[in-house]
Design a protein around this ligand. Structure first.
Ligand SMILES: Nc1nc2c(ncn2[C@@H]2O[C@H](COP(=O)(O)OP(=O)(O)OP(=O)(O)O)[C@@H](O)[C@H]2O)c(=O)[nH]1
Length: 194
């Protein structure tokens, strides 16, 4: 079946908590964080990566917020501007979640389709905490929330008023790589939290 949703993958940032490395190129199980995220978005078309262009296993369209380094929301906004008007749904994905899969994205899509009135669906962890940067959104709703969001840069205050559907996720799906300990555990999932 032809894809009917786009993906915006966030691939900028400074990775200060990891000492300033190019975080999304870090390999986990032989694939970079970025390639793992792109694999999860395999059913999306187009896939727009937002950040400085790097080599990827799958061809993607690159763009950047202006000026670069404006934060994740500025990245979402820049990516949205590249989505063709004929597409009404977009997966917004941080590029630093190593354990997303196409099945994760399908669950978000199905949840959203089952609720035609809601603007989006996002992953939630076992405690009910929402993962704002792993979600599927109706593009008009997201566009409406963007200008104020980009101004104040708060991810929560951008997305929370839209009241997206919470989609339960495994611990692995909601885990991201922010710190050296996160990286250690992403590479060795059996290790306990430090
Ligand atoms: N395009 C773009 N993406 C960003 C920006 N800041 C963060 N991201 C992406 O957003 C996701 C979440 O990033 P964070 O971990 O919150 O920020 P970070 O800058 O990567 O890391 P820290 O400096 O440790 O906070 C990751 O996929 C980053 O690649 C930005 O300014 N522009």
């Amino acid at each position: 079946m032809a894809a009917d949703f786009a993906a915006v993958v966030l691939a900028g940032g400074r990775a200060r908590r990891l000492g300033g490395v190019d975080k999304i190129l870090l390999p986990i199980g032989g694939r970079s964080l970025l390639d793992r995220t792109l694999d999860a978005a395999a059913d999306a078309e187009p896939v727009i990566a937002v950040g400085p262009p790097r080599a990827t296993a799958r061809a993607v369209e690159w763009t950047s917020e202006d000026p670069p380094g404006g934060g994740p929301l500025a990245g979402v906004h820049a990516g949205l501007l590249k989505v063709p008007a004929s597409i009404s749904l977009v997966a917004v994905l941080a590029g630093d979640h190593p354990h997303l899969t196409p099945a994760t994205i399908s669950r978000l899509l199905e949840a959203l389709r089952a609720e035609p009135e809601v603007p989006g669906a996002v992953l939630v962890d076992a405690d009910g905490e929402r993962q704002w940067l792993v979600g599927m959104w109706r593009i008009p709703a997201l566009h409406k929330a963007m200008p104020a969001a980009v101004r104040n840069r708060s991810i929560r205050s951008c997305f929370a008023p839209l009241d997206p559907l919470p989609v339960p996720a495994t611990d692995a799906e909601v885990s991201d790589v922010d710190t050296p300990d996160d990286l250690r555990r992403a590479r060795n999932p059996h290790l306990p939290k430090a």
